[in-house]
Write a protein of this length. Structure first.
Ligand code: ADP
Length: 575
């Protein structure tokens, strides 16, 4: 703060940063430039950790992950125009994932608006479709009001991102301290309970079910419902199915996990309790043939507008998953013995039969001795070594799909992927944020990204960020020379250079690229591995080194495929 005539004055950048800190914002990811330099340094002065990244996309993914892990938003700080355009990637991803975050964008001087100012863009309008709230503070004095509102909007109701536009004159203008309207801390939102009548209907339906199924989504993970959902599933012996990011709310190792019988469980369940998951493409819209046409659905969601989307539920429980599951547990406790689902029932027998069949099919693939390895062999090696409590990011089409079954999650909010929006390239942003968070709250926890070579490429230069901040993340690239699949080096070399644009498959990337050298370039440890034992040894070494980042580049057979599926993952053509 500065003084003028004895009166204390403060810049917009400083007021903004102090307000953010007061509202519980502890992390800021971004790229500085005109006009936001001052915001980054004011944020550091206010005690907010600032991480300078190499592209706003990765910075925006990083900020959104903090929202998911902590329930309070982090900031993505961007410059005007192109900076904000790049951050729309993370804004839209956070919106689709229902994760809180706050983008703060610098913009041109208010009195140059419309004149063709440097990097001028209608930023509030550009962000609005992806935001719950997008606004431009209209005076330095009112900045605290906008900050509190943006933070509150991002975490109350269905969580989501918000945008604040900071005109450059507002960033550097000063205001007398006593004129600044201070706004108190916004507490976490209350957890609403479901309506009593509907709760009773839901209990009746559950008690009537012959083939019940619980589906656990990332809304359940976000709400911290792991205690209540574990109690429900274990006490009642209910089969459950996690969605990709619902994995770990209940440990994958639970005997009630029927992921290995996913298709059968979805197809044959007669009552489904849907906990914080949308019936979107990830759950095949709730439609036959993936679901029974007569399935009765109990839908639990905090967002009333989500109820009935694609399928009308038999019972709707609008509320917080944690609070509503508590209600369900308390109601069921008043009916001792009445709803303990029998593990000798025909339903469990059918599910177990399929679990066994599918595990056998996968076993064959993990025992394949060929070099280059297939995905199953590589992931099997990785699964043997990964610490159970690590935060895992998994992305890239084959890598993500296959690791969903091969890599197990034991803790909630520990598995991250391309999410609802199917955004490939989130990995390095996510591991940067996760590692930073671990430094503060879980220093012994490891952060690992298992990515395809294509997914890595979207934000590869963030390796420099990771090395600069000494974040001991482990990046494992399952490198099959392409997007979905590639071609081998010999075939690629046989194409004359001038013919490449016509003849190189659109899916191919440069075969056998040495991505590990990117890590070495910035002082981290790189490994190039071609056999299961090399993979084992390098991952073990990377895990032992708790101070330095590592990148393990794993050569995968470019023709390696997924095991045959009963249904393909994306079913839109079959609707
Ligand atoms: P998944 O990808 O795991 O299927 P989705 O992202 O599709 O999950 O769905 C998450 C749902 O959870 C959203 O509809 C969102 O409104 C809801 N949700 C988010 N937070 C909560 C909460 N605290 N309680 C209940 N529902 C929540």
């Amino acid at each position: 703060s500065l003084t003028r005539g004895g009166m204390e004055e403060e810049t917009g950048a400083s007021i903004l940063s102090k307000s953010l800190k007061l509202q519980g914002v502890n992390y800021m990811f971004g790229i500085v430039g005109i006009p936001v330099f001052e915001i980054a340094s004011a944020a550091q002065a206010a005690g907010i950790k600032y991480v300078g990244m190499r592209n706003e996309q990765a910075a925006s993914y990083a900020a959104s992950l903090i929202g998911y892990l902590t329930g309070r938003p982090a900031v993505c700080l961007v410059v005007s125009g192109p900076g904000l355009v790049h951050a729309l990637a993370g804004l839209s991803n956070a919106k689709e994932n229902c994760w809180p975050m706050l983008v703060v964008g610098g913009s041109c001087e208010e009195d140059q608006e419309g004149m063709g100012a440097f990097q001028e863009l209608p930023q509030v309008e550009a962000s609005r479709p992806y935001c719950k709230y997008a606004a431009r503070p209209n005076s330095v004095e009112r900045i605290p009001f906008y900050v509190e509102k943006a933070v509150r909007m991002s975490i109350y109701g269905r969580p989501g991102p918000c945008y604040l536009d900071m005109a450059s004159n507002l960033i550097s203008n000063k205001s007398m301290r006593e004129k600044i309207r201070s706004i108190p801390f916004c507490p976490l939102p209350p957890k609403p309970f479901a309506n009593r009548d509907q709760l009773k209907e839901a209990i009746d339906l559950l008690c009537y079910a012959e083939r019940p199924l619980v589906i656990v989504g990332k809304g359940a993970a976000y709400s911290g419902a792991e205690g209540e959902i574990n109690r429900l599933v274990t006490d009642c012996k209910l089969p459950f199915l996690p969605t990709p990011m619902g994995k770990g709310v209940i440990s994958d190792a639970s005997p009630y996990n029927v992921s290995s019988a996913r298709s059968r469980a979805l197809q044959e369940a007669d009552v489904i309790l849907l906990l914080g998951a949308r019936l979107n493409w990830i759950l095949h819209f709730g439609f036959p043939p993936r679901f029974s046409p007569t399935v009765k659905l109990i839908q639990v969601d905090i967002c009333a507008e989500e109820i009935g989307n694609n399928i009308h539920p038999t019972v709707a429980l609008v509320g917080d998953v944690d609070a509503v599951t508590y209600q369900i547990n308390e109601e069921l406790a008043t009916k001792p013995g009445k709803f303990i689902f029998n593990s000798n029932s025909p339903w469990w027998a059918r599910l177990f039969e399929k679990v066994k069949q599918n595990l056998e099919a996968t076993k064959g693939l993990t025992q394949d001795q060929s070099i280059p390895m297939n995905y199953y062999v590589a992931l099997n090696e990785i699964q043997q070594l990964l610490p159970k409590d690590c935060i895992l990011v998994s992305e890239g089409s084959n890598t993500m799909d296959i690791s969903r079954t091969m890599l197990h999650s034991y803790l909630p909010r520990h598995r991250l992927d391309a999410g609802t929006f199917g955004t490939m390239g989130v990995g390095l942003g996510f591991v940067t944020a996760a590692a930073l968070w671990c430094q503060d709250y879980a220093p012994t926890k490891r952060v690992v990204a298992v990515q395809g070579d294509s997914a890595f490429g979207f934000s590869g230069m963030e390796v420099e960020t990771i090395c600069r901040y000494k974040l001991p993340v482990i990046i494992i690239i399952l490198n099959n020379n392409g997007i979905f699949f590639g071609i081998d080096e010999e075939s690629f070399k046989s194409i004359p250079a001038k013919d490449l644009p016509l003849r190189a498959p659109s899916t191919s990337l440069l075969p056998n690229s040495h991505y590990e050298k990117i890590m070495e370039a910035f002082g981290g440890k790189g490994y190039f591995v071609t056999t299961p034992s090399e993979l084992h040894d390098s991952l073990q070494m990377a895990l032992q080194d708790i101070h330095n980042p590592a990148l393990i580049n794993v050569v995968i057979d470019p023709a390696a495929q997924k095991k045959p599926q009963d249904f393909t993952w994306l079913t839109s053509s079959k609707l």
